[in-house]
Structure formats: structure tokens, C-alpha cells
Design a protein around this ligand. Structure first.
Ligand SMILES: *Cc1c(COP(=O)(O)O)cnc(C)c1O
Length: 484
């Protein structure tokens, strides 16, 4: 780094210096491997080294100063650590270390993938993965899809496909603004965004109420559709959520699929989080009915050992993917005429133009550890959430929101006699500032609950008990009015 000042004319030589890269790379890998050992062994002090945002901002300048040591190590000190088994917060999981190496190759090679020539390996790996994953969902040989940057974008693409099917002229002529999609009242906010982005406005998302397990009340689908139609809406799709972000509840996909078939509606599944459950032999039955879907959005970075951001958009009929962005309506016909095989031209189907080689990280897990690694990860995380539920149920001073279906679990401290929402919000604040555990919170029926996602396969019942103990300690220290 010093030579940067000393030798201004040669900065670009320095930028591409192979030896410096080799040295820094080896140092970083050794450092991270040591940290991984420490987190697994329980010698890591904090999961979240909490500091005020302004304090961290004031430190930033010093991180790269040569007298302060290694830049990457300094940054690490202020990162939240997903590999610590006391991390039980948002849905991201500690990635398999091999994916970090895959990430290094991905970034180093910088293959843009918009066209095949800019990423031959990436295009092929992506196709290879998509075909196999589609089969996991019970789709046949006509299925297809692509990888994309996040579940949010994938869900929007699913809605575009629904529109392309029901209003094939919309891409050219604009569209009727009375289109709508039905979702559960617990659907992810990105569905609402997708509808608004597409110009369907506030009424473009019709919320079907949930039952007491936060799953769509499918008995109300017919009524909701009739009401919407009477109000002048053209409902073109139903989105089943598998699973919801707050409580991990999985909609009855079978019932939604049958409803869609009866009423000729596009069936989209927001499987951003729970699509991964298809890999678990033990739990895949929770997704029964997903094989009826027309499109499925899924993330690899929630339960499948992969760093963010890596998602897939899978279509039962791969042709549906081509219709989405067909600037020329004759495209499909021409493709057939010319006998093209367009699987490798990814940009024709994706929102993105330049696209990272998203496939290598996923591919590296599958080829290094086997598909079995996905099965074990998903099964383990859901098993552990059930274990946590048992621990909560066995504690009189805690209450469970609902029995978890997936790896999210919501609970709260009920050991005192003040306002429950206030007390639990205060507990969470103290907890993250202390930094040993990381959990989040959510609102259910207007009340604040502590929310966890069990994303670390190394989290055990010992950590659950320690967490409850820590919460009891913090609750005891709250001012009397705040004690639940
Ligand atoms: C996480 C999530 C999303 C958003 O996915 P991103 O990959 O963060 O864009 C959408 N829906 C559900 C149900 C999710 O859990």
C-alpha cells in the first residue's frame, strides 16, 4: 500500500501485481480459517460487535491506514458473524467456505454473462443447475429458467410472466391498469412492490386473510376473487408464499394450485426462503402442490449454504421465460423457425444486462459436497427450530407464537407484568448491544415478538438455553414498568 504514494506513476502496475495478490490472498484465507475455527469452538466473543453507526463511520478512515494493520482484518472486526452459532437473526446463512473461494474466482474473472461469449462456463453451469433444480420441484423436461439477483427481482419476473400470459400485448401497448394478483396477508412486501412497479397501483395486490398459523386461508380465495372481480379488477395470478418471512408459514400450495387451474390463473410461488425445502427428503412434503406452479422464485442464500445474492427463477414451461422481455412479439415463432436453441442467451430472459456468474457458488457446493449437503442443511435447520420450540414451551416465562413449520421461530418473554411489546423490544435492543446473540423482532397482530431464524447448522439446544437465560438476565435489569 505504501508504494501507492511513493510511486504515483505506477499505480496501475501495482494494481495488477501478481505477487502482492498472492500474499494478500494467502493471508486472508489463513485469517478467515482461524476465525471459522474460533466461531465453531465458541471462543469468538461477539456475534455482533455493536457500535453506534456514527462511531463506526468515524473509524472508517483508519481501517486502511498502514499503521493499523490489515484492511480486511479491520473490516472483519466490525462485521456481524453469521458463522457464530449464536447468530439467529435475519434469514441469511453462514455460507460454505468453498463458496468464498468460488466468489474469488467469480470476481476475478468478472464474466458478465449478458451474452454467452461473456461467460461460457457461467452460462453452462447455470443451465445445468436450473435443469436439476426444476426436477426437484417435480417439473418435467419442458421446464427452464435462469439465475437472477435476488428473490425480489425473481418475484417481479414471475408477475411479468403472468402478465405476458394473460395480456400478451401489454409489453407493446402498455397494459390494463386493473390487473391484480392475490397473495396472503403475510406475503413479502416485494409482491406489493412488483404490482406497483408494473403500474397496477394500490389495488394490484389483493390480500387474502391468513388463518391462525399465518397461512393463507384458502377457503376465502373464491370469495376474494369474486369481490375483486365485482370491483372491476382482472385477477391474473395467485402467489403462494413458501414460506413467509416473519413466521416461516407455508401456504397450502395444493389448494392454491387447484384453485388456479379451475379459474385459469397463473400460479406463482414465492419460494424465496422455502423453495430450498424441496431438497430436504424429510420436509419436502411441506411443499406438496408446488409442482402445479407456473413459476417459482427461490433464493440459494437463505438455506442453501450460499452467500447472497443468488436466486433462481424456474418456469414449468421454459418458453414462458422468453415471452417476458420479448420486445418483438414474434420472437418465439422466429426462434422456432430458425431452429435456435437459445438457452445460453441468458439476457433475453432476465431483467439484468450484465449479470454476475451467480452459478459458480452454488455449483461449487454441489460438486464439492454433493446435493446431500443441501438436504442436510435444510433438514438440520428446520429440526433445530423444532428443538428451539420445545425449549421455549418448557419455559413458563416464555411464550411461543406458533409451532414453526420452517426454520423461523417467534417467541416472547412473558415473565413480568408490564406491556409485553415494550418489554420485548427493550430486551432485543439490550441483547444486540451486548452482542453475544443476534436475533430480530417482528410484529404479529400488532404486537412485538422476538424473531429468530435458525440459519447456522452449528446452533444447538445449548445455545437456545443460553439465549433464554441471557434474556431473563436482561429482563431483570429493565426498569420495573418495562418488565413484561
Ligand atoms: C427473502 C424473501 C424475499 C426477498 O428475497 P431477496 O433475495 O432478499 O430479494 C421475498 N420473499 C420472501 C418470502 C422472502 O423470505
Amino acid at each position: 500500500m505504501k508504494t501507492q504514494q511513493e510511486n504515483n506513476t505506477n499505480i496501475l502496475n501495482e494494481v495488477y501485481d501478481a505477487d502482492a495478490f498472492r500474499d494478500a490472498g494467502h493471508r486472508l484465507v489463513d485469517f478467515l480459517a482461524d476465525q471459522l475455527d474460533g466461531m465453531k469452538a465458541g471462543t469468538n466473543e461477539q456475534t455482533l460487535p455493536w457500535a453506534d453507526p456514527d462511531n463506526v463511520l468515524s473509524e472508517v478512515d483508519g481501517w486502511a491506514a498502514s499503521e493499523n494493520g490489515d484492511l480486511f482484518e479491520n473490516v472483519f472486526q466490525r462485521c456481524i458473524r453469521l458463522h457464530d452459532p449464536r447468530y439467529m437473526g435475519h434469514q441469511l446463512m453462514p455460507p460454505a467456505p468453498v463458496t468464498a473461494l468460488a466468489g474469488m474466482l467469480t470476481d476475478f474473472m468478472n464474466n458478465g454473462m449478458g451474452v454467452y461469449e461473456m461467460g461460457p462456463a457461467g452460462s453452462a453451469m447455470e443451465h445445468w443447475l436450473i435443469q436439476r433444480i426444476a426436477a426437484k420441484f417435480g417439473f418435467g423436461p419442458d421446464a427452464g429458467g435462469f439465475m437472477t439477483h435476488g428473490g425480489t427481482l425473481a418475484n417481479l419476473t414471475g408477475m411479468l410472466a403472468a402478465r405476458a400470459m394473460h395480456c400478451p400485448d401489454a409489453w407493446q401497448t402498455g397494459e390494463p391498469s386493473n390487473l391484480a394478483v392475490m397473495v396472503s396477508s403475510q406475503a413479502h412486501y416485494c409482491m406489493d412492490r412488483a404490482a406497483r412497479v408494473m403500474g397496477w397501483g394500490e389495488g394490484g395486490v389483493i390480500q387474502v386473510p391468513c388463518n391462525d398459523r399465518y397461512r393463507m386461508n384458502v377457503d376465502l380465495l373464491k370469495e376474494s376473487l369474486a369481490e375483486a372481480t365485482a370491483a372491476g379488477k382482472q385477477v391474473i395470478a395467485v402467489c403462494g408464499t413458501a414460506c413467509t418471512t416473519s413466521t416461516g408459514s407455508i401456504d397450502d400450495l395444493q389448494a392454491i394450485g387447484q384453485f388456479c387451474q379451475r379459474h385459469n390463473l397463473w400460479f406463482h410461488v414465492d419460494g424465496a426462503h422455502g423453495g430450498a425445502i424441496a431438497f430436504s427428503e424429510k420436509y419436502r412434503h411441506l411443499l406438496d402442490g408446488i409442482e402445479m406452479a407456473d413459476s417459482i422464485a427461490m433464493d440459494f442464500h437463505k438455506m442453501l449454504l450460499t452467500p447472497s445474492i443468488a436466486s433462481a427463477m424456474i418456469f414449468k414451461n421454459s418458453e414462458d421465460a422468453y415471452r417476458n422481455f420479448a420486445q418483438d412479439a414474434d420472437y418465439l415463432l422466429r426462434a422456432a423457425d430458425e431452429n435456435e436453441d437459445p438457452w445460453h442467451d441468458v439476457a433475453r430472459r432476465t431483467f439484468e444486462c450484465t449479470k454476475t456468474m451467480l452459478s459458480l457458488k452454488v455449483f461449487s457446493v454441489v460438486t464439492t459436497h454433493g446435493w446431500e449437503a443441501f438436504d442436510q442443511a435444510v433438514t438440520r435447520l428446520i429440526d433445530q427450530a423444532a428443538t428451539f420450540a420445545d425449549v421455549v414451551k418448557a419455559s413458563d416465562d416464555f411464550e411461543l407464537a406458533i409451532d414453526p413449520q420452517a426454520n423461523m421461530l417467534c417467541f416472547r418473554y412473558v415473565g413480568g407484568d408490564g406491556d409485553l411489546s415494550e418489554a420485548n423490544a427493550a430486551i432485543r435492543k439490550l441483547l444486540i448491544e451486548a452482542g453475544e446473540f443476534y436475533i430480530v423482532q417482528t410484529s404479529l397482530n400488532g404486537e412485538t415478538w422476538l424473531r429468530t431464524t435458525i440459519t447456522n447448522p452449528m446452533t444447538t439446544s445449548l445455545h437456545f438455553s443460553l439465549l433464554l437465560d441471557r434474556i431473563r438476565e436482561l429482563a431483570a435489569g429493565l426498569p420495573a414498568s418495562r418488565q413484561a
